[in-house]
Ligand binder design. Structure first.
Ligand code: MD3
Ligand code: FE
Length: 204
């Protein structure tokens, strides 16, 4: 089932269900190497979402700013490799949404939400290539995702993203403001009270 969410944005409901347990097992392997951490944003606050990465580059933040780095600042080693099940799923989702170029993902950000964790309205603009779509995969407890336009003000829409949903963000939606409302206290058989989100990004 595909749903148009906004200009250039497509929800593929349940697209990742077949491989969800493999994705979760890979998240455990990745976070055993590069642990989940609560990054500090330049303003000094600690993010309520815990993050790690896999792939050639990882997104990091500290008091100096946001950037992509090849070395995990905690382990001082390269980020874990992108598992094949990740790259295959992302490519299939891009194709299903009508993007037929090879994705060449160089960063996969892994977000982990606890009850109450949220992501305030933001744009993803640390990538040098904003032509390539971003692919996001939701796992575990549901989230209310909020998205707007290319300016912080202006109308927003809400959409519920559940276990197995994949969203492909390209075209003008690539620079849309978006966020996640505080995660409700809930239980999912695969993740307990947690929600995970994977985002596949082309940085250069
Ligand atoms: C629209 N993650 O990691 S996924 C993020 O559910 C992020 O964890 C949210 O926003 C999450 O930066 C939302 C959907 C998403 C991801 C990236 C986008 C939507 C996007 C980039 C551009 C436009
Ligand atoms: Fe984002």
């Amino acid at each position: 089932r595909t749903e148009a969410l906004a200009d250039g944005a497509v929800i593929l409901r349940g697209f990742a269900l077949d491989v969800a347990s493999e994705l979760l097992a890979q998240i455990d392997t990745i976070s055993a190497q590069s642990p989940f951490r609560h990054l500090i944003v330049p303003g000094g606050k600690r993010m309520s979402v815990a993050m790690t990465n896999c792939g050639r580059l990882g997104w990091v933040s500290d008091t100096h700013g946001y950037r992509y780095e090849a070395i995990d600042p905690i382990t001082q080693r390269a980020w874990p490799a992108l598992p094949r099940v990740f790259t295959e799923l992302a490519q299939q989702a891009a194709n299903a949404a009508g993007y037929h170029d090879e994705l060449s993902t160089d960063a996969c950000l892994v977000n982990r939400y606890e009850p109450g964790s949220r992501l305030t309205l933001h744009q993803d603009r640390d990538e040098h290539d904003v032509q390539a779509p971003i692919i996001s995969v939701s796992l575990g407890v549901p989230a209310i995702f909020v998205f707007g336009r290319n300016t912080r003000s202006g109308p927003t829409k809400r959409s519920r993203l559940v276990h197995g949903d994949v969203v492909v963000w390209g075209g003008v939606s690539r620079l849309a403001y978006h966020g996640v409302q505080p995660i409700a206290q809930a239980q999912h058989p695969a993740t307990g009270s947690l929600r995970y989100n994977l985002t596949f990004r082309k940085v250069f």
